[in-house]
Ligand binder design. Structure first.
Ligand code: PLP
Length: 394
């Protein structure tokens, strides 16, 4: 009677959401200040005040019928031109505006891109640990998700495993750097090596393999090193960008897709993106947000707070004795569970009202994810609870 897959997806909420809902219950019972909720990647810093000023200015000066009207399907022309100019200026690549598609955040960007590329029998590679929705998004296409684990020592790409996983059926790889859930950034040398491997495989199989750059965390970097921009290294690249995290606008649902002009048949890839956007109902991204982000392409929310949190949490957990993968970007930390079953560890953590996410749904068991996009005071108050929890394993 109903689409069974959709019914199942709708009934089964994500582990992260379940923990967040548990947090809501505990907040009501014992007070918000007593719950150390590290479950959700919801930015804790506000968007730049100038962004709100821009919104006010638009509301006061632009006639409502045009401000809230439909834009063209791939987005407002002036906005697409501004985004393309920004890509060119920031990354030194050719970025024609008519290969830019404005859309509703990285989730929509990924769904559209995967649907534009994938055909029956195709495989899409995701590197574990990965954003769990990759599986859901890929499974809305005819393709199958193939998981390639990163090296458990540092969560960087494992080229031996990758080489074995690429087949004549491989249509795309999703690379997310800075990474959710680990905060790891793929260094330039590995990007160069990845591009060489993909070029070699394309030549050997006579196929096209696309690299999907999932980039909602691009500006959130704490090392001072630039994050390699994938279209500079590999031709068949499609960038999925979102303003959710960098501008702290996750609820506004705004981002874009950029098809590199170096892609084989780039115009057709873009036409397929437009087709997938149409088929999935992601046309005309929210117009007010399109106009506003185009004015703030160089801005970010105050991400220094995340940097402060990262230092405090990383040092605090290491001093206690936890084994932590040091994150270079995003606002997540991946910590080794002191017992093999990360789910059991998270249950124990709940006794201290520490809400952590077990790593199984990220495709790599044995870790927990801590989302440190929280108020710094919460980290200060949570560290003694982390210590008590760790003592249970001594
Ligand atoms: N990709 C990754 C790696 C994410 O962490 C997220 C959100 O947390 C998304 C995509 C979806 O982002 P958006 O909120 O812009 O749709």
């Amino acid at each position: 009677m109903l689409n069974e897959r959709m019914l199942d997806l709708g009934k089964r909420s994500s582990v992260i959401r379940e923990i967040f809902e548990y947090g809501n219950k505990r907040r009501a019972e014992i007070g918000a200040e007593n719950v150390f909720d590290f479950s959700l990647g919801n930015p804790s810093v506000p968007c730049p005040p100038a962004f709100n000023e821009t919104l006010k200015q638009f509301l006061d000066t632009v006639p409502a019928e045009s401000l809230h009207g439909y834009t063209s399907g791939p987005g407002d022309l002036a906005v697409r031109k501004a985004v393309a100019a920004d890509i060119s200026a920031k990354f030194g690549v050719d970025a024609p505006f008519d290969l830019v598609y404005m859309t509703c955040g990285a989730a929509a960007s990924l769904c559209i891109t995967l649907n534009a590329l994938a055909e029956e029998g195709d495989e899409v590679i995701a590197f574990a640990p990965f954003f769990p929705e990759y599986r859901v998004f890929t499974e809305t296409t005819p393709a199958k998700l193939v998981v390639v684990p990163c090296k458990s020592s540092d969560l960087q790409l494992d080229f031996d495993a990758l080489e074995k996983a690429i087949t004549p059926h491989t249509k795309a790889l999703i690379l997310n750097s800075p990474n959710n859930p680990s905060g790891v950034i793929v260094p330039e040398a590995d990007v160069v090596r990845l591009a060489a491997l993909l070029n070699e495989k394309q030549a050997a199989y006579g196929t096209d393999i696309f690299l999907i750059a999932d980039e909602p965390y691009r500006p959130l970097v704490y090392t001072g090193e630039p994050v390699p921009y994938l279209p500079r290294y590999y031709d068949n690249t499609v960038v999925c960008y979102s303003f959710s995290k960098a501008l702290s606008l996750p609820g506004e649902r705004i981002g874009y897709i950029f098809v590199s002009p170096a892609c084989k048949a780039a115009r057709d890839v873009f036409a397929a993106v437009c087709g997938a956007g149409r088929a999935l109902g992601y046309v005309c991204a929210p117009s007010l947000m399109q106009y506003a982000v185009a004015r703030h392409l160089d801005d970010t929310a105050d991400i220094h707070i995340y940097e402060k949190n990262r230092t405090m949490l990383y040092n605090g957990l290491c001093e206690i004795g936890y084994s932590v993968i040091k994150p270079d970007g995003a606002f997540y930390m991946f910590v080794r569970s002191p017992e093999p079953d990360a789910g059991a560890f998270c249950e124990k953590a709940k006794q201290y009202d520490l809400l952590l996410v077990p790593s199984d749904s990220f495709g790599m068991p044995g870790f927990v994810r801590i989302a440190y996009c929280v108020k710094p005071e919460m980290i200060e108050r949570a560290l003694p609870a982390f210590e008590k929890l760790f003592r249970e394993y001594r």
